[in-house]
Design a protein around this ligand. Sequence first.
Ligand SMILES: Cc1cc2nc3c(=O)[nH]c(=O)nc-3n(C[C@H](O)[C@H](O)[C@H](O)COP(=O)(O)OP(=O)(O)OC[C@H]3O[C@@H](n4cnc5c(N)ncnc54)[C@H](O)[C@@H]3O)c2cc1C
Length: 489
Amino acid sequence: MPQNKFDVVIIGGGVIGASIARELSRFKINIAVIDKASELPSGASRANSSMIHGGFDDKPGSVKAKFCVKGNAMYHVLKDELDFHVDECGSYVCAFSQKEIEHLEKLLGYGKANGVPGVEIITGDKLREREPNVSPEIIAALWSPSAGIVNNFEAVAAFMESAQINGAKLFLETQVTGLIINNDEILGVHTNHGDFLAPIVINAAGVHSAEVSSWAGDTSFKIIPTRGEYFLLDRTTKGFIHSFLFACPSDAGKGITVAQTAEGNLLAGPTATPQEDPEDHATTPEGLDEVLRGARRLVPNFPVNLNITTFAGVRANTDTGDFAIKLLDKPRGFMNVAGIKSPGFTSAPAIAEYVSGLLKQELADRVEFKVNEKFVPERKHIPRFLFMSNQERAELAKKDPAYAQIVCRCETVTEGQVIEAIRRGARTVSAVKMWTRAGTGRCQSGFCCPRVAEILSRELNIPLDQVTRHGGESRLLVGKTKEFILNKD
Ligand SMILES: Cc1cc2nc3c(=O)[nH]c(=O)nc-3n(C[C@H](O)[C@H](O)[C@H](O)COP(=O)(O)OP(=O)(O)OC[C@H]3O[C@@H](n4cnc5c(N)ncnc54)[C@H](O)[C@@H]3O)c2cc1C
């Protein structure tokens, strides 16, 4: 098979592209995942609340409800199979008035009809027994025990690495610039690194998915990029609250939430601000004010003084309000898995299973979907030194002394982990961060960044000044400040 000829090309390696690639790698087919970024995840899958929703928000019978509830159940199995962190913490939607209790009752009805396990309404006092830091003004809450929070970096890495173990190829820094179509048949894609030929092309391009869809002639939906801003607090806040807290949703969305991440940081956000530019990830004073107000409404003494960073993610909201999942008649072989807004992270594995089944059923004349008998379902993440016992640490360091060298003090990340991340494909400082947590702690990489850069330079055999933060022009070093010139005379 020529180098750039595949059975399936997936545009976009976010949680949707990566989980579809893994699902399709159950078949003996050649899969290419193409992403313009230098590291994954890079789009909405990188910056979000990472909640594994229970599935009571969406109307019974809706596409979103079906995928969300199924996806939730799949994560509880996948987290062990693919070794990524999920904190099975459950969630509360909090009511401050009688009118809001009526809303909880509606959500309870949705939850029961959607098959969400264990949903119930509890009193405000019962909630405060479990979560002493929530507002005394909360009078009732909807409890959903199957909700959780996932480490989104680990989950995307896990889906993608599992796909790669099973034969899929990943092409980073490769931008799809157009589709190759002839006689209403898809033949492949044009990229900045040449053409990739394939009889099936899947559009999982997130905020850019409407543009990609328009190249295929489908303009049935538009993307309204919608920014969500967050505060992320130090891990010393662990245990301040234990579950995912929502206020009652309004027309503007699910509102500001307060949660503890899978690793124990306190997280508050997001706003929901429509914007023109799909790539604008800046935070704003107004947005962060709104987050703080919302967080303090739920948790009055929200310890914002322990904030370590702020960030923003951009949702691929559609003007139709729904996911745009469709296998087009023309060009044949082209499928949109587009406009995947919340609960898209939760839904991803269920969407991937659906997409794989549909392609096998509808496009068997284009690609032979023979079962991959060598499919390996499991993979292991890089050792998480921070969470190991001293004995486990000592054993690891004995096997490989690089695990005895601490690189990131805040998150106790070792040189061994950084080397392993690079071996598995990390090429930038922020890719190492997503694989290992180096730089995610209180000092926000002030201490470990030069060490990580040095290791990247050494392991990749590139000059130190070519190491980037997140690819492209984001070089860390711009030149030398001092130079010694040896006088040979
Ligand atoms: C603020 C916020 C909060 C959220 N909270 C939750 C939550 O708590 N729970 C939940 O379930 N969901 C949540 N979501 C939704 C969830 O994050 C998304 O549904 C999911 O990440 C979408 O994944 P994706 O793969 O479709 O898109 P993305 O992750 O954006 O991936 C798309 C990829 O396509 C690539 N790409 C785009 N154009 C091209 C091109 N031309 N060529 C090559 N590559 C291209 C991009 O580089 C990117 O990597 C939230 C989203 C946001 C923004």
